[in-house]
Write a protein that binds this ligand. Structure first.
Ligand SMILES: [Zn+2]
Ligand SMILES: [Zn+2]
Length: 106
């Protein structure tokens, strides 16, 4: 039995973003809730997705940010919280800032 499971991916039907992680209940790019009848596909098909829109899958260079509503982390290029769908606000501190503050408090 494998010690981990591959995470299924899904495509957003609202903004057309492809390859959202299965754990995301909202699209990180438009904030739409995931359709209940959305089709999941295995990440091994990601090469297919990359062929369609490779720029969407570049490794993000910026820090992750934390949602001020649910406390979840989102990737730097996400515009909406994948957990609760809240829009990223200007006041949202990024992960690097939080770490910096922790170090200063010690
Ligand atoms: Zn979307
Ligand atoms: Zn959230």
């Amino acid at each position: 039995m494998a010690s981990y499971r591959l995470e299924a991916l899904w495509d957003c039907v609202y903004c057309g973003h492809i390859g959202n992680l299965g754990r995301y209940r909202h699209c990180p790019y438009c904030g739409s809730a995931r359709n209940e009848d959305v089709a999941f596909y295995p990440p091994t098909d990601r090469s297919r997705a990359n062929a369609i829109n490779p720029s969407e899958h570049k490794i993000s260079s910026g820090p992750d940010w934390m949602c001020e509503y649910c406390g979840g982390y989102a990737s730097s290029d996400a515009l909406y919280c994948p957990g609760c769908g809240s829009k990223r606000s200007d006041a949202t501190r990024n992960y690097a800032d939080i770490q910096e503050q922790k170090e200063m408090e010690e």
